[in-house]
Design a protein around this ligand. Structure first.
Ligand code: UDX
Length: 441
């Protein structure tokens, strides 16, 4: 199958390389010329485990090419829209500029029988409006949300846990003839996953668009739920990690996504729940999602509480104190610093007068671009040199495995703030550290 993938960021670059590795002929299109040059040379423009291998394999086999020219998408049968939908400046809603631009530029190159597949996360109603604009081209739109997690993007793309197709429906709710034809083309693209038994949910546009934001809202709610419990634990002397273990044994609840700490960040969960609230308001059902305001508020409170805890540890003031922040990425196995809780806390402490040094195995370059005033060090030991407090903010394996005795030799004072509840308090206390964490005694 000849495929075009429009937008080569965290989603599109992985999707393009993964589809090419399955034997499809893929052209990746992006407006960023530097990114295209890098991808065409088989180099991943961001850190994503497994992507470099997939890229080099597919580029050298000739199945994967890249271009900045949308005209090169002509001739492909299936066109995936993978551009970003960030939060609008000063508003909760999603900024659809990139989707609009990609779609408008693609339109003149479409021919009868082409399939346009929307993967970007959009407010419900977007697909319906885009489909109308396809009417004169003879192309059909399918909404096919993407659920990949950064850090596991290659695995999630090649072995998704489910596929969702939102297809055009007629007045009686039945899938149209054009929809059925388009579906066959997408089935061919995903033939390997489908023959592996990946569950497929075939539905209408509205449901398909809602699936993505509903899933992310649920995940965000689960994290904020345990972080709310963490506040209760702090008020009562209970331990949120043991609480999570105990409730997680109930299969109806499950232990995953119950890790209390600094909360969620990244390019998806925060902006998706806000865009969902904004859309619900437009639809007149804002009450249905008012709980997401609380989910967002609990999450943001974690960051404030972390700075307060650092202050408590430094006898009431962090002014002039040296603080080492371990982690800048919004989560381990990623170099993405978009809405990173780690970086947000580091910047807050710096703004409040502390001398902050940040380290991260992958995200220092991105972090420096965002907060050039912070100091950066290549390793945890160098960042912690002379520190009055060490804050573990992103749970990279190398920070979880730090030796408290070795780290204890380079700091000024042995104070550990475990922002992700991943260290063993007893081990650190035995090595002479004052250990504090959110929701733990
Ligand atoms: C998320 C969804 O998981 C994915 O399905 C969707 O396609 C995009 O958004 P991602 O943003 O890559 O993926 O990260 P995820 O692994 O979901 O983590 C999000 C944030 O939640 C991170 O900041 C992480 O540190 C935090 N988190 C996660 C917690 O604070 N506690 C947890 O228990 C789990």
């Amino acid at each position: 199958m000849r495929i075009s993938v429009i937008g080569c960021g965290y989603l599109g670059a992985v999707h393009a390389a993964a589809m090419a590795s399955l034997g499809h002929d893929v052209i990746g299109i992006d407006v960023d010329a530097d990114k295209v040059v890098s991808l065409a040379a088989g180099r991943a423009p961001f850190f994503e485990p497994g992507l470099p291998e997939l890229l080099t394999g597919s580029v050298s086999s000739g199945h994967l090419t890249f271009s900045t020219d949308m005209a090169d998408a002509a001739g492909a049968r299936v066109h995936f829209i993978c551009v970003g939908t960030p939060q609008k400046r000063g508003e909760f809603g999603a900024d659809l500029t990139h989707v609009e631009q990609a779609f408008a530029m693609l339109l003149p190159h479409l021919t009868e029988g082409d399939v346009v597949v929307g993967k970007s996360t959009v407010p419900v109603g977007t697909a319906e409006a885009l489909a109308e604009r396809l009417e004169d081209t003879g192309a059909t739109l399918i909404w096919n949300p993407e659920f990949l997690r950064e850090g596991f993007a290659v695995q999630d793309t090649l072995h998704p846990d489910r596929l969702v197709y939102g297809l055009p429906t007629g007045t009686a709710g039945q899938i149209t003839e054009a929809g059925e034809k388009a579906r066959q083309a997408l089935d061919e693209v995903y033939s390997v996953s489908l023959s592996d038994g990946t569950p497929l949910v075939v539905t209408d546009y509205a449901t398909a668009q809602l699936v993505k934001v509903a899933a992310n809202s649920f995940l965000a709610t689960k994290i904020s739920f345990i972080n709310a419990m963490s506040e209760l634990c702090e008020a009562t002397g209970a331990d949120v990690t043991r609480l999570a273990d105990a409730i997680g044994y109930d299969e109806r609840i499950g232990r995953r996504f119950l890790n209390a700490g600094l909360g969620f960040g990244g390019g998806c969960l925060p902006k998706d729940i806000r865009a969902f609230m904004a859309r619900a308001g437009e639809l007149g059902v804002d009450q249905a999602l008012s709980f997401l305001r609380e989910v967002d508020a609990i999450n943001m409170r974690r960051r404030v509480r972390m700075v307060d805890l650092a202050r408590e540890m430094c006898s009431g003031s962090i002014v002039g104190r040296r603080i080492a922040v371990l982690g800048a990425a919004f989560k381990p196995m990623s170099d993405d610093v978009r809405d990173s809780p780690a970086l947000s806390v580091a910047a807050q402490m710096q703004l409040q007068g502390a001398h902050v040094t940040v380290t991260d195995p992958q995200a220092i370059d991105n972090a420096r671009l965002k907060w050039p005033d912070l100091r950066f060090a290549p390793t945890a030991l160098e960042a912690a040199e002379g520190a009055d407090v060490v804050l573990l903010a992103t749970e990279w394996a190398e920070y979880r495995e730090l030796d408290p005795v070795v780290l204890g030799k380079v700091v000024n004072a042995r104070r550990m703030l475990d922002g992700r509840n991943v260290l063993d308090p007893a081990t650190w206390r035995q090595a002479g550290w004052t250990y504090r964490a959110l929701g733990r005694p």
